[in-house]
Design a protein around this ligand. Structure first.
Ligand code: GLU
Length: 500
C-alpha cells in the first residue's frame, strides 16, 4: 500500500447534492490534508438510468461553495485515467474476466422468470434470511460457461461468495466486524448489459487509485463482506475502512428530506455560511475540546484524528446549525456581510430574474419591495385569503395535503432541471394521472410557494424561487393543511369549511 494517505468521496450523481456528501467529503478532505495526502473525487455513475450530468455539476458546485477542493477528479484529471466510472467500463470488464479465470466469479444464465420464481418460492417457504440467489449456475463447469458466453447467451457475472464461515473485516471505529457468509448473496458484478455494479467498480477503483482510507457512511457496512471478498479474490491488500456515523434527524431516524432539508442547494440559498455549515458538520463526530464548539476548518484539520471519531449518533439539529450560523454572521464585518448577500440572495443575477417578473406589475419603484417580498423571505405567512385558497376547490384540506405531498416527493423532487416547461409538464401529468383539474391544483401550489393567490406566472415564479425554496414551502403547506381541522359537514372547499 502506498505511504501517502489518499482518501476519496465517490458520490453517485443521481439527485440533488446531499448534505451527507458534504459531511463525508469534509472528513475525507481533513484526513488527507492532515497527512499531507490527496483527496480524490470520483463520480460513480454506473447506474446509467439514474445518473445525470445536471446532478454531477451540482455536486461540483456545492463542494466548491463549501471550499472543499479535490486534488484529482473528473474535471481536474489525475494520474489514474478517468475519474468518472462510466468512462472506465473496459477496466471493470477486464477485472471481471480475471475473477472468472480464477474461479472467484461465475457467469449466471438464469432468466428473469427463474429468478422471480425463486424469490416467490423463498417467500412462500418463509426463508428468514438471504432472500438471494441460490447458486444454481455455480455448478456449470468453467469451460461450458465460457462456451455459452461466447455463443452470446445472456448472462450476468456473479461473485462466488464462500458458502460457509465468516468474513471478518476491521473497521477503524468499530473494530472487527463479522459477517456470516451464508447470509451474503452472490453479488452481481457485471449486469447483463455489460455494465458493472457499484461493488465491483468501487473496489477496483479504490485499489487502482491507491486509496488508503475508505471513509464513508455507515450505510455501506452491509457491503463490506462483498468488498472484502473481492479484495481477497484479486489478491489485493485492502484499505483502512472507516464508517462514519449516519446523520440523524432530531428523532434519531436517518436524516431525511421530509424532516430536514438535505440538499446543499437549500443551505446555500437560505444563506447559511459555508464555514458555519462545515463547523456544524465537523461536530457530527468530532469534538475539538470539551467546552468548545466553534472552530475553523484549519483548526479541525490540525486536531483531527480519524480513529477518534465518535459514534454516538450525531444529531442534525437545524436549530443548532441556525444558531451557529448567526454567530458566524456576527463575526463578519458589515462590508463582508454585504459581500455575502451580494454573492447569492441579492446578486445582480437573482435581482434581474425577479425584476423580469415584477416589471409589468409595479407602478413605482418602491412597489417592488412589497411585490417581490416572497422572493426574498425564508418562511412565508399566509394571510386569511391565501390560507383559504391553500385548500383546493372540491377537495378537503387532507386531500390537498396528500396531493401536494405526492406532487412534491414523487414528481417535482425528481426534476433535476428546474425549468418552467419541465415544472409545468410535471404538474400537468400529475393532474392527468390523479384526476385533478389543473386549476384546482395550481392554486394551492401557488399559495404554498408564494403565500399569495395572485402572483406572476406560476412556473416562471417557481423557477426563480428555485427548487429548494419551493420544496421547503410545499412541505410547510402540507404540514399546515394537515393541521387544519377536518371539515364538519359535507363541504369540501377549504374557504368555507376550514377554520383559519
Ligand atoms: N457511490 C456510493 C455513494 O453514492 C459510494 C459509497 C462509497 O463511498 O463506497 O455514496
Amino acid at each position: 500500500m502506498a505511504d501517502t494517505v489518499r482518501t476519496r468521496i465517490a458520490p453517485s450523481p443521481t439527485g440533488d447534492p446531499h448534505v451527507g456528501t458534504a459531511y463525508v467529503a469534509l472528513f475525507n478532505y481533513a484526513w488527507a490534508r492532515k497527512n499531507g495526502g490527496q483527496f480524490i473525487l470520483r463520480i460513480e455513475d454506473t447506474d446509467r438510468e439514474r445518473s445525470s450530468p445536471a446532478s454531477e455539476s451540482m455536486i461540483f458546485e456545492a463542494l466548491h461553495w463549501l471550499g472543499v477542493s479535490w486534488d484529482e477528479g473528473p474535471d481536474v484529471g489525475g494520474p489514474f485515467g478517468p475519474y468518472r466510472q462510466s468512462e472506465r467500463f473496459e477496466i471493470y470488464r477486464k477485472h471481471a474476466e480475471r475473477l472468472l479465470a480464477a474461479g472467484a466469479a461465475y457467469p449466471c444464465f438464469c432468466t428473469k422468470e427463474r429468478l422471480e420464481a425463486l424469490r416467490e418460492a423463498q417467500r412462500k417457504a418463509k426463508v428468514a434470511h438471504a432472500l438471494g440467489y441460490d447458486g444454481h449456475c455455480r455448478a456449470i463447469a468453467q469451460g461450458d460457461g465460457r462456451r455459452r458466453r461466447e455463443a452470446g447467451e445472456p448472462h450476468v457475472i456473479r461473485l462466488a461468495m464462500p458458502r460457509e464461515g465468516e468474513t471478518v473485516v476491521a473497521d477503524l471505529l468499530r473494530g472487527e466486524l463479522r459477517f456470516d457468509n451464508t447470509l451474503v448473496d452472490d453479488q452481481v458484478l457485471i449486469k447483463s448489459d455489460g455494465y458493472p455494479t457499484y461493488h465491483l467498480a468501487n473496489v477496483v477503483d479504490d485499489h487502482l487509485m491507491g486509496i488508503t482510507h475508505v471513509i464513508r457512511a455507515e450505510e455501506w457496512i452491509s457491503s463490506l463482506p462483498k468488498h472484502a471478498q473481492l479484495y481477497r479474490a484479486f489478491g489485493w491488500g485492502s484499505p483502512v475502512f472507516c464508517h462514519l456515523p449516519l446523520l440523524r434527524n432530531t428523532d434519531k431516524s436517518k436524516i431525511s428530506k421530509r424532516k430536514n432539508p438535505v440538499s446543499l442547494n437549500y443551505y446555500r440559498r437560505a444563506g447559511y455560511l459555508p464555514e458555519a455549515l462545515l463547523n456544524f458538520l465537523a461536530l457530527q463526530g468530532w469534538a475539538i475540546a470539551e467546552d468548545r464548539e466553534e472552530f475553523t476548518l484549519e483548526e479541525f484539520i490540525a486536531s483531527f484524528e480519524l480513529s477518534k471519531v465518535t459514534l454516538g449518533g450525531p444529531v442534525f439539529d437545524l436549530g443548532k446549525l441556525t444558531w451557529m450560523n448567526g454567530k458566524y454572521i456576527r463575526r463578519l464585518t458589515v462590508p463582508q456581510l454585504l459581500e455575502r448577500l451580494r454573492g447569492d440572495l441579492v446578486s445582480d443575477e437573482y435581482l434581474l430574474k425577479v425584476l423580469t417578473l415584477a416589471h409589468e406589475r409595479i407602478e413605482k419603484l418602491e412597489d417592488f419591495v412589497e411585490y417581490a417580498r416572497f422572493f426574498f423571505v425564508g418562511e412565508l405567512e399566509y394571510d386569511a385569503e391565501a390560507r383559504a385558497k391553500l385548500v383546493a376547490k372540491r377537495r378537503t384540506a387532507a386531500q390537498t395535503a396528500q396531493a401536494l405531498d405526492r406532487l412534491l416527493e414523487e414528481n417535482l423532487d425528481q426534476l433535476l432541471e428546474w425549468e418552467p416547461a419541465r415544472i409545468e409538464e410535471t404538474m400537468r401529468s400529475f393532474c392527468d394521472a390523479n384526476g385533478w383539474k389543473t386549476s384546482d391544483l395550481f392554486m394551492p401550489v401557488r399559495v404554498a410557494v408564494t403565500g399569495k393567490a395572485a402572483t406572476p406566472p406560476l412556473f416562471e415564479t417557481m423557477e426563480v424561487l428555485g427548487k429548494e425554496i419551493c420544496r421547503r414551502r410545499l412541505r410547510r403547506a402540507v404540514e399546515t393543511l394537515r393541521g387544519m381541522k377536518a371539515p364538519g359537514g359535507t363541504g369540501t372547499h377549504g374557504g368555507e369549511d376550514e377554520t383559519p
